[in-house]
Design a protein around this ligand. Structure first.
Ligand code: ADP
Ligand code: MG
Ligand code: MG
Length: 251
């Protein structure tokens, strides 16, 4: 589903190399997790995949179902089925959450050559999914993420993901200080959306999130590279022994 080969990324305005040859294959139906110390390049990887500016790819490739992602505009990536949830969800004053969601869903459908969802159909679907996620009608009407609590933002993020039905979901939950309830929400959301045709990449600083998600594969990133990959036990290993042991072992 997602295939990253030898990805090298530097800052656009500075001579600073951040990703130094990332290799990663996420298969459809699988949940991969990336853990790693602060500053190792985890968020940079998700930003580059999303098409955020400020970074320059100096080598390597990133493909979604065999199609080059790095050549696409951010909205084309979304239309191709890539979804990115970020550590700090953007607030959009003046734009109602429902309007935002409907615009996003229809833009994606249009890009895929599909018919737009009618207002009544959209309303039916969004209400059903919101109910599943315990999002009340009031929150659907408020401007996107404005004044939402941390938990509400997380619920909203999962709602966006559920509405867009992406092929590949990337969640960067690093350092966001998720409390236990918010963490459970994210985990439940991911678990509910797990399916054969969909891949997940969950980026996290803490093992706790992975207690609830149970990834198929865990990768450790350090200094711009994935230095070790393994099963869920690797996350527990990190929890008990920290990253230093793994770095030493690999060195
Ligand atoms: P992580 O998510 O693993 O904590 P990041 O991808 O946020 O790591 O950062 C990797 C490194 O790149 C850090 O040293 C960080 O300071 C640097 N970095 C990332 N983006 C920028 C930027 N826009 N300007 C300056 N330094 C940056
Ligand atoms: Mg960080
Ligand atoms: Mg980060």
């Amino acid at each position: 589903m997602l295939s990253i080969k030898n990805l090298h990324v530097k800052l656009e305005d500075e001579d600073k190399q951040i990703l130094k040859g990332v290799n990663l294959e996420v298969e459809a139906g699988k949940v991969h997790a990336i853990m790693g110390p602060n500053g190792s390049g985890k968020s940079t990887l998700s930003y580059v995949l999303s098409g955020k500016g400020g970074y320059e790819v100096t080598d390597g490739t990133a493909k979604l179902e065999g199609v080059d992602l790095l050549d696409m505009e951010p909205e084309e990536r979304a239309a191709a089925g890539l979804f990115l949830a970020f550590q700090y969800p953007v607030e959009i004053p003046g734009v109602g959450n429902m309007t935002f969601l409907r615009t996003a869903v229809n833009a994606q459908r249009k890009a895929r050559g599909e018919e737009e969802m009618s207002a009544s159909e959209f309303l039916k679907v969004v209400r059903a999914k919101a109910k599943d996620l315990q999002i009340d009608a009031e929150m659907l009407k408020r401007p996107v993420n404005m004044g939402f609590s941390g938990g509400e933002k997380k619920r909203n993020e999962i709602l966006q993901m559920a509405m867009l039905e992406p092929k590949m979901c990337i969640l960067d939950e690093t350092d966001s200080g998720l409390d236990v309830d918010a963490m459970k929400l994210v985990a439940d959301g991911v678990n509910a959306l797990r399916s054969e045709g969909r891949g997940f990449l969950v980026i996290t600083h803490y093992q706790r999130l992975l207690d609830h998600i149970k990834p198929d594969v865990v990768h450790i990133m350090s200094d711009g590279r994935i230095i070790k990959s393994g099963g869920p036990e690797l996350a527990l290993d990190v929890e008990h022994n920290g990253y230093a042991d793994i770095k030493a072992e690999v060195a």
